[in-house]
Write a protein that binds this ligand. Structure first.
Ligand code: AMP
Ligand code: ZN
Length: 113
């Protein structure tokens, strides 16, 4: 459930800095360091799962926490139109192998730059 070399586990343990934007019992949200849309937030389970399938199939409570936090942040920060996505596997563009939701929007409510 913890991977010593995982960058998102280190963020969850507050060992490396991140710009946090939300937290719940089992999930954590922070701004993507390299945003690809005007709103780009990452939402992760605090526990380590390699991808969304592993997360969903082994820990429903953490998956629900991730989706609830992503939904709350979408309502708070996006102007109705947003996307929640999980890249899974290298060929699909996954580069960090700790499950994470990308919350993106072209129409944020606030200036986030
Ligand atoms: P993916 O390519 O789907 O695995 O997404 C990984 C995301 O994590 C990318 O959008 C990166 O910009 C982002 N990222 C990587 N390292 C950090 C970090 N230390 N803090 C915030 N975002 C990060
Ligand atoms: Zn991890």
């Amino acid at each position: 459930m913890v991977n010593e070399n995982c960058v998102f586990c280190k963020i969850a343990r507050k060992e490396i800095p991140a710009k946090f934007v939300g937290e719940s019992d089992l999930a954590l949200a922070f701004w993507d360091v390299s945003p690809r849309q005007p709103l780009h937030i990452l939402v992760i389970p605090k526990l380590h799962y390699a991808n969304v399938a592993e997360l969903t199939l082994s820990d429903e409570a953490s998956m629900i926490s991730v989706m609830k936090l992503a939904s709350e942040l979408a309502i708070a920060h996006a102007d109705e139109s947003f996307r929640i996505s999980f890249n899974t596997g290298e060929a699909a563009g996954q580069t960090v192998f700790h499950a994470h939701a990308h919350l993106t929007s072209r129409t944020p409510k606030v200036e986030v730059a």
